[in-house]
Write a protein that binds this ligand. Sequence first.
Ligand code: GDG
Length: 489
Amino acid sequence: SSLYRRLFGEGEILVATHREPVVWVERPPEETRKSAAPRLRYPAGGVSQSLHRLLLQTGGDWVALRSSPGPNPLTVSLPDQPASYELHRILLSDPNISAGYQRFANDLLWPLFHEEPGRVLTHPGDFEHYQHVNALFADRMATLLEKRHNGFVFIHDYQLALVARGLRPRLSKNPPPLAFFWHIPWPRHSFLTEIPERADIVRGLLEHDLLGFQTPLYRDRFLESASELLGDEIRIRRQTVLWQGRKIHVGDYPIGVDPDRFESLAQGPEGPGLARKFLRQVGMDPEIPFLISVDRMDYTKGFLKRLEILETLFRRYPEHVGSLRLLQIAPPTRTTHPPYQSYQTRVRQAVRETNARWARDGWEPIVTIEETVEHRTLAPLYRLAAGALVTSTNDGMNLVAKEYLATQKDAGGTLFLSRYAGAAHGLRDAVLIDPYDPEGSARIIHTALEEPLAIRSGRNRILREEVLRHNIYEWMESILNEVHDLKNR
Ligand code: GDG
């Protein structure tokens, strides 16, 4: 926050995300009077929590879709701290609009940007609803910008690609810079041909001054799509796009985690006890080695590929049968969307089959927990695990990989990282697997598990340097610095 003050003086941040950073807990009035328990809860997810902490220090405004009861705007502050920010909550009262917007984002953009055309579900009129919701964000933000001068505007992800289009014409003469971060992959251009409105989306993104991607590959693919779709309308010079008399900086900013927090939760006085208690509660013996996977139950995370890899491991290297287990923390996600319902049903069925095939004397290879597990338990579980298994078939970054490494100080747990996760770009020394190649992946996993501790912990030392250096604060800082340079150029 001191860097922010140095760069932006009194200016405040205006953030926009699809999801709210806090959840309001409704309680009957009598209970509220008696209980001092906080009314705000924090949903899972690393990024919004880090932005939330920054805004608590700098002050500012945050616009998101309303998903829980409580006041609007909601003043967000921590007990015993003077600073706060205002959360402005957009209520979608028409269920048709809400459904159309969600479908366009999650049943069209999400699968295509993850190169999964088979999961696409389209419905006439969805794009209009998507535009409408983005325009609501723009209206609310324009009003806020009239009231006070903000340092910069920071909009997030594929649900809000068109907000700046509504916002730009309504900015004052000396407008704050508009920055945008695209959290998911940018696919090979051919996948975009399934989106009739692809040029609108690219133009919407070019309404910002800074456009951030997770890796150089996604950044370059965006530039390629822009040039393919807009032709003579734009000029591209390295990382700068010239469009409609403006310069847009297009960069790569690999997102990170808060490594100190994960390290101290994993090794703090409570951590190991919480992890052991959790394992016993789910019927696992803390002394028996296990691999851990943590992902929303989304088809891009490769749950079925993961099972194939595990089955191949047991078939080829039977010494793991009866000993090595997989703990999957898999909170269900987007459960009202049919492609997710059928995927989640298939995953559950496949887990049952794998378990039935390999079960021995009360031992089952896979334990799935379909609930959110708090970070204070999750971090020590990471530390205890012999390895983390990341099997995404496509993933913008994958924070779980970095969280796992953050907990492996002087320890030898192995990160098995899908080569299709953005994280594989920065974590060059990680043990990479290809989820489409179960044989090769099983061999790699078996070999790494057998390696001496010195090799495994030596590798973690190198990998952890990257995680510690490119942490979430460094991510925020490099974006703040770039935005500041743009403002003063
Ligand atoms: C998108 C992009 C990109 C998960 N389960 C629990 C839990 N989580 C937390 C993890 C982690 C976060 O959620 C998941 O982050 P990922 O990066 O793995 O995946 P997405 O949700 O798909 O995020 C992704 C990211 O945006 C950031 O730019 O990396 O590629 O798809 O932080 O810890 N947290 C808790 N309990 C759980 O059960 N507390």
